[in-house]
Design a protein around this ligand. Structure first.
Ligand code: PLP
Length: 435
């Protein structure tokens, strides 16, 4: 006879297993969601896009493709985004298969499949697969580029104070070790005239400037910088321009081919919703031989993009499961995704900027921003608002205490609901009422 106590133990074990594997919950629902998304063809015209951004049935299907913690509202997707549910499930499959016979399954079967992912990413971006390396994150991609260029004592690397601290630290470490100089300047906040920013870079170029680093989307404000024009400026002056695309890729709707840059480093675990620990490095083909790899590689790989992936034994579950993240991104479509992100953003920014104490450190003009916005409140510290939102409303955001653009950084994603956006607006209004 099956006792009640046994039943309790069995159901506790089942519950524990279910909570350990939320990614695997109800796969048929996700399959239906993806099928429904694929059937809904990407809208072409601008007004169709506006309508598509508000098609709540469609976005409910999208939400089903994630494993969302509904006990909170996660508005810090800029930090790191969730991998799609299918990507999580694929990772588990790849990892389990690996461990059945690692030296065979990993090196003989799975590693070669990375080429398919490389080709798919390259095809999406209209570039050659031989120009795309799959790295572990933006840090690895950008350090490859920042360390990989030969520089000598007194040479300068030009960038803004709004570049990512780890990238600035990379140059500062080269300073301590080799005497390389970091030259930074403060960009306008919010950015109103992209041409003015290009002039600001141009004015600071000297004969010692040997590299330029520029963020495509600034981590502090979400502001989009004119990287095509800055790359053109660098080419005119013979200076390589390294673009930090950690936040922009698969967020703003562009293809690397149109962007016409030479070096681009990005994370894929942010706006693509790829597995944790995935990144992309684009190097224009003719530039590959002149960049050293971060970890040593054989001379035979000198002009091969794969030299940037020589990191020793590594699991392949993450790189391979990028396929599932790309499936969802392509089913949504880049233009529709950006339209939705801007729709959600405009919904809360329009409402809150009606309040006299609210301003934005981000210019939301088309093409200059996506989902990430830096919100400033007169008479309140951003960390106070962050703490209030979390403790009183379980809304998770991040405060930015940076001189010149101090504020609350807010970054919803495609799985965010309109209701969550309105809860956020209401909570900020309540905070303002407190004084
Ligand atoms: C602008 C920018 N660059 C680079 C990075 C580093 O990204 P990762 O931690 O994925 O390497 C970040 C991380 O948030 C970032 O915001």
């Amino acid at each position: 006879m099956f006792h009640r106590r046994q039943l309790l133990i069995a159901s506790a074990a089942a519950a524990a297993a279910a909570s350990a594997l939320p990614a695997l919950a109800s796969p048929p629902i996700r399959r239906r969601a993806l099928a429904a998304l694929r059937e809904a063809r990407p809208p072409e015209a601008a007004d169709d896009l506006a309508a598509a951004a508000q098609d709540e049935d469609f976005w409910a299907w999208v939400r089903d493709c994630y494993t969302v913690d509904t006990s909170m509202v996660n508005f810090n997707n800029g930090g790191v985004s969730p991998a799609t549910a299918d990507a999580q499930a694929a990772q588990l499959r790849h990892l389990a298969y690996t461990h059945e016979a690692p030296s065979h399954h990993l090196w003989r079967v799975l590693s070669p499949q990375v080429e398919t992912v490389r080709e798919r990413l390259a095809r999406y971006h209209g570039v050659d697969a031989e120009e795309v390396a799959l790295t572990r994150n933006a840090s690895e991609s950008l350090m490859t580029l920042l360390f990989g260029h030969d520089l000598k004592r007194g040479d300068e690397v030009l960038c803004t104070s709004h570049d990512y601290p780890r990238m600035l630290d990379t140059v500062l470490q080269r300073g301590r070790r080799e005497g390389i100089r970091l030259v930074t300047f403060d960009p306008p906040v919010p950015l109103t005239d992209p041409d003015e920013l290009v002039r600001m870079y141009a004015e600071r170029i000297t004969e010692r400037t040997k590299l330029i680093l520029v963020s495509h989307m600034v981590y502090l404000t979400g502001q989009v910088f004119p990287v095509t024009a800055i790359t053109a400026l660098g080419r005119e002056r013979g200076i390589p321009v390294i673009v930090d695309g950690a936040h922009a890729i698969f967020h703003m709707d562009f293809r690397l081919a149109e962007l016409d840059v030479d070096y681009y480093g990005a994370s894929l675990h942010k706006w693509l919703c790829g597995p944790l620990g995935t990144g992309l490095l684009y190097v224009r083909r003719e530039r590959i031989p002149s960049v050293w790899s971060l970890q040593a590689s054989s001379e035979t790989l000198d002009d091969d993009i794969r030299k940037f992936e020589q990191v020793g034994t590594r699991p392949e579950d993450g790189r391979l499961a990028l396929t599932e993240s790309l499936d969802l991104h392509e089913a949504i479509g880049g233009a529709r995704k950006l339209a939705r992100l801007c729709y959600l953003r405009d919904r809360w920014t329009t409402r809150l900027t009606e309040h006299p104490r609210v301003s934005l450190n981000t210019n939301l003009a088309p093409g200059l921003a996506g989902s990430i916005v830096n919100l400033a409140l007169e008479g309140a510290e951003p960390h106070e608002l962050q703490a209030y939102l979390w403790s009183e409303h379980r809304i998770y955001t991040i405060s930015i205490g940076f001189e010149g653009c101090s504020g609350l950084r807010v970054s919803p994603h495609v799985y965010t609901t309109v209701g969550e956006v309105d809860r956020f607006s209401e909570a900020v209004e309540r905070f303002l009422e407190l004084g």
